[in-house]
Design a protein around this ligand. Structure first.
Ligand code: ADP
Ligand code: MG
Length: 744
């Protein structure tokens, strides 16, 4: 196994960058897949081999029990307790046969990470044998101490009881990490009072809400035959950076905050755009292959890998799945990217903006709605203008995004994502929709009457006889749009790379459920009991025309980065919540509480708790950054700059004693002293601002950090970055952007 000795930089004999580069380029070049014991290269032999899948269950469960469990999984039928007993026994045997020693309830608390507490699957019986320590109760319910997880005021510190509840719809799996094998059971996490303390519970509730409303539409069109549920589908694309672990450990900012708080721009950044889709470096490819193998085994259908736009940036995308499973799998993707990296002497950075001036990382959230019979409700098909059902679902999404643009914006708000949204690389904070020429044309037709044409793409001739003609889409793509229709799904591009997808999808599902509810109510009334087709047609076109007129301001096909659009959006009355301090308080709006409670996605207390948690998280993250920045200046950067000042002073003295002209050396010294003074003065100010105590609630604290601490951090940074360009490389204590981005 290619393991490398990694020591924190402070412990290595030479902390300089030369030693770190030497170590980085010596990463072991042995068998990269050794960690996974030579898996069979035929995918079907090891794909999902560590998943307690339907296939495994069918083999191991009594027929009746298997059928009953599948009804729970596929149609949401309540779980039969007797079935839980046989499932637990089968799951335990299967796990132990596959090397597991422990099990855990795997859940997603509001920290934004996953949580797990491991218990042994068997315990000694005191007579030299073992007893099973895993039965139906252990499968169905766990009791982690809830008091150490964020509750946003839902629970007092002493109120500790919390429960995890088995989510049978997301398959259990084995997590392998070096020697350890743990049976992981996806669970929801709630408090003793039943309030959701996690990201999964509201997601599941929102899928139910959407399913219920979507079924009403299908009934109206008579397309509900055999359909029992409408699920939402999700295919999240994950961007990330890789840096050499030696450099990572030499940077307190990366270690503590996941992003660089300092760093002058390198001479070559991404100007040449030569990294995108470039050939993947050897070490990175070996790492990717290992990540993918680990993910395949856990049943995560990873499909795509490539270099991203920024140097050192990469992307991994799975095939889409039902949103609940896809969200769990997305957590596994982030965890696996992080876990496997150290084997290759790398560190994966999932932060939204690890490097200033270089593209940040997002998570494109591809979303659609699909019946449990496999019909994608956002598939426009050939004669789209006649496809009324599709147009209803499409207009429902348009109306939802327009009505709740502020909530949608909040769903992606975080301290980290603030650095990315609205920068010239990621969509702005204005939530608009891009449809493409074909759909936009139909929407315009609906506005003025009944549509009668669907634009066709035609063929693209490449002008060389040996190349085939390509079928051409009816419209181009728009990379700058936050919410773009891409053929048969919407792609929500504002989600941050380190975020869980669960909350943005909960919001999308809920706002679309509300739209569908409104539309269904209107159509049901218009059509009445006799379900007359002509009445339905007339009602649909009237309803869609009204929706288009009301909500078409949310459609935008131009350049979302352009300043002119931001002005135009204000004129259209669209919200532009520029950062978390503006976006997170939206959760406290009565309109948001009413929506989430109406569809039973969150209670009002749960909504308030989430607003508190998000604001507190923001404050803590920015406070940690401020403290890290100040301590790096005090203990690393200012001392380095002062040491250089000493060298320059000695030069001036020596020059003078040699009787030579000191004008230039003295001017250099003077300017350096001014720069270091500025660095220290800015740091004094940063410490003062971070320490300021102030009255008010979580939102006030958040505004304080956003408006008064962050600008001073920027001032400290610019002073430090200017010095980095001046202080001799052998004195500067941090690996540079060049090292971080280009040593692979
Ligand atoms: P592109 O964004 O370039 O069109 P793909 O077609 O490969 O790329 O899709 C990107 C992501 O969208 C993939 O994860 C894919 O599985 C996912 N996706 C495709 N169809 C759907 C769908 N109906 N619902 C949700 N996600 C989807
Ligand atoms: Mg995409």
């Amino acid at each position: 196994m290619p393991t490398k000795e990694l020591a924190p930089a402070s412990l290595t004999p030479d902390t300089g960058r030369r030693a770190a580069i030497a170590a980085a380029t010596r990463w072991p070049q042995g068998d990269a897949s050794a960690g996974h014991a030579h898996v069979d290269s035929r995918l079907d032999n090891f794909f999902a081999s560590d998943v307690f899948s339907a296939r495994v269950m069918q083999k191991r469960l009594p027929k009746e029990d298997f059928k009953s469990l599948m009804q729970t999984i596929r149609s949401g039928k309540p779980l039969n307790p007797d079935v839980a007993r046989t499932v637990a026994a089968a799951m335990k045997d299967w796990a132990i046969e596959n090397g597991a020693t422990h099990y855990c309830h795997w859940f997603q608390p509001l920290t934004g990470l996953t949580a797990e507490k491991h218990d042994a699957l068997v315990i000694p019986d005191g007579q030299g044998g073992v007893l099973s320590a895993f039965g139906a109760n252990d499968l169905v319910q766990g009791e982690p101490d809830a008091s150490s997880f964020p509750s946003g005021g839902l629970r007092a510190t002493f109120e500790a009881r919390g429960y995890t509840a088995w989510d049978a719809t997301s398959p259990a799996f084995l997590m392998r990490s070096e020697g350890a094998v743990v049976l992981c059971i996806p669970t929801a996490f709630v408090s003793w009072n039943g309030e959701a303390l996690d990201k999964k519970t509201p997601l599941l509730r929102s899928i139910d809400a959407l399913s219920h409303q979507a079924m009403r539409i299908l009934k109206l069109f008579g397309t509900d035959k055999g359909v029992t549920r409408v699920n939402t589908t999700l295919g999240p694309e994950q961007e990330y950076f890789l840096v050499d672990a030696n450099f990572f450990y030499s940077r307190p900012d990366l270690m503590t905050c996941g992003r660089t708080l300092f760093g002058a721009a390198p001479p070559k950044g991404q100007q040449l755009e030569d990294h995108y889709f470039g050939s993947i470096p050897q070490r990175v490819l070996a790492y990717m292959a290992d990540v993918e193998t680990a993910l395949y085994r856990m049943g995560v259908p990873v499909k795509t890998r490539h270099n991203e736009v920024a140097p050192g940036q990469f992307e991994l995308a799975p095939l889409f799945e039902d949103a609940n499973v896809a969200c769990d799998h997305q957590m596994l993707i982030m965890e696996t990217l992080t876990r496997v990296a150290h084997r290759f002497g790398l560190k994966a950075l999932l932060h939204e903006k690890p490097f200033a001036g270089i593209n940040g990382s997002g998570k494109h959230n591809n979303w659609s709605m699909c019946t449990d019979t496999g019909v994608n409700l956002l598939d426009p098909q050939d004669q789209t203008h006649t496809n009324m059902q599709f147009l209803v679902f499409l207009c429902a999404v348009i109306a939802a995004v327009d009505t709740h643009a502020d909530l949608l914006r909040t769903s992606v708000a975080s301290a980290a994502n603030d650095h990315r949204l609205g920068a010239n690389e990621a969509p702005p904070a204005i939530m608009s929709i891009f449809l493409g020429d074909m759909l936009e044309d139909i929407i315009n037709q609906i506005e003025t009457g009944t549509p009668n044409r669907t634009l066709a793409g035609g063929a693209l001739s490449l002008g060389a006889r040996t190349l085939p003609d390509l079928p051409r889409h009816a419209g181009d793509r728009n990379r700058t749009s936050p919410f773009a229709f891409t053929g048969n799904k919407f792609e929500f591009r504002a989600v941050g790379s380190s975020a869980t997808c669960a909350w943005p999808n909960t919001v999308i599902n809920t706002i679309v459920a509300e739209s569908l509810d409104r539309i269904a109510t209107e159509l049901e009334q218009a059509v009445g009991a006799d379900r007359d087709a002509a009445k339905l047609h007339a009602a649909v076109w009237a309803c869609l025309q009204k929706l288009v007129k009301q909500h078409k301001r949310v459609l935008f096909a131009g350049d979302n980065y352009a300043a002119a659009w931001h002005e135009e959006a204000v004129k259209r009355g669209m919200p532009n919540l520029k950062d978390s301090a503006e976006a997170i308080p939206v959760l406290r709006d009565a309109k948001v509480g009413a929506l989430l409670t109406k569809y039973a996605v969150l209670s009002q207390d749960e909504v308030t708790s989430r607003a508190n948690i998000q604001a507190e998280k923001f404050v803590k993250e920015v406070a940690i950054e401020a403290e890290t920045a100040a301590s790096m200046v005090r203990t690393m950067l200012a001392p380095a700059a002062r040491a250089y000042q000493g060298q320059l002073a000695a030069v001036v003295t020596a020059t003078k004693s040699a009787g030579a002209d000191t004008t230039r050396a003295a001017a250099n010294l003077k300017s350096l002293i001014e720069m270091v003074d500025e660095l220290e003065a800015a740091t004094d100010e940063l410490e003062k601002k971070s320490a300021e105590h102030h009255a008010g609630g979580p939102d006030d604290h958040m505004r304080h950090y956003a408006r008064h601490v962050r600008p001073v951090m920027a001032r400290v940074r610019s002073a430090a970055d200017a010095l980095e360009k001046l202080v001799p490389a052998n004195l500067w204590p941090l690996p540079t952007y060049k090292d971080l981005l280009f040593v692979k």
